[in-house]
Design a protein around this ligand. Structure first.
Ligand code: C2E
Ligand code: MG
Ligand code: MG
Ligand code: MG
Length: 242
């Protein structure tokens, strides 16, 4: 099933959208983490039908939210290799009635490890469809920066590993500063992931991040609850606006 975690504006703490996060409720093991079963789904090829279901389901649910609220969907590099993503996305948008601009696709740098012309063409087509593209877990992969010149990403997500030890750890702070500089120069929206404390929030706000996601605001919640939050565009106990 899909859970949804709010993504809020940095200044006001208002809900801008949700990230769809996969959950597997195993009859014996309880909730299995996607970190454990996504690699398995990738190895076995199950990620292809599963990934198709995720996109359709996320669009279907997001279409019930107010018009300004977007949904972010994670993509596996395998989906670029073994499926026609623009075709699938077009069909999911048409079936659900969701505007393309309300769908964000989260891609990690690992997609660019084998930057084939076919992958480049798919990303370009998705951009032309006005779907938003996000770079997820930025700075944790093994990619060069050259793809940033070829693909216009709308958003960059600063990985939680850089956020975790803020504001006191110097290297994390320096990396965040560098990412914010880079992304600002490229006109990208900057989202910080894994924001858990008020001190982290303030530090990231001062650094110039535009959006936050993390347990400080909300854990991922079931679709029903996400719908209620989306309608209010507000969290019950959000930290005070800056
Ligand atoms: P991600 O895309 O970087 O998602 C963010 C992860 O951070 C989620 O873990 C979320 O629950 C967790 N998180 C959010 N806020 C906080 C916080 O304040 N503190 C901490 N410690 N963690 C926080 P989750 O749901 O376990 O997902 C792990 C990864 O699995 C995702 O990382 C993503 O790469 C992958 N994944 C999840 N759902 C899907 C999916 O539908 N498709 C694909 N291909 N991958 C998925
Ligand atoms: Mg993600
Ligand atoms: Mg991430
Ligand atoms: Mg991550």
């Amino acid at each position: 099933m899909l859970y949804f975690q709010p993504i809020v504006t940095a200044k006001e703490g208002r809900i801008r959208g949700f990230e769809a996060l996969l959950r597997w409720r195993h009859p014996a093991r309880g909730f299995v983490s996607p970190a454990d079963f996504i690699p398995l789904a990738e190895e076995t090829g199950v990620i292809i039908p599963l990934g198709e279901w995720i996109i359709r389901e996320a669009c279907r649910i997001a279409a019930t939210w107010p018009g300004e609220v977007s949904v972010a969907v994670n993509l596996s590099p395998i989906q670029f290799r073994h499926s026609d993503l623009p075709l699938l996305v077009r069909s999911a948008l048409r079936e659900s009635g969701l505007a393309a601009t309300r769908l964000e696709l989260e891609i990690t740098e690992s997609v660019f490890l084998e930057a084939t012309p076919a992958i480049h063409a798919m990303l370009t087509t998705l951009r032309e469809m006005r779907v938003r593209l996000s770079l997820d877990d930025f700075g944790t992969g093994y990619s060069s920066l050259s793809y940033l010149r070829r693909i216009a990403f709308d958003k960059i997500k600063i990985d939680q590993s850089f956020v975790r030890d803020l504001p006191h750890e110097r290297s994390g702070a320096a990396i965040v500063r560098a990412i914010v500089d880079l992304a600002t120069g490229l006109d990208m929206t900057i989202t910080a992931e894994g924001v858990e404390t008020e001190a982290q929030r303030l530090c990231l706000l001062h650094q110039g991040c535009h959006e936050f996601q993390g347990y400080l605001f909300s854990k991922p919640v079931p679709a029903l609850e996400a719908g209620i939050l989306a309608a209010k565009r507000d969290l019950p106990e959000r930290p005070h606006a800056a």
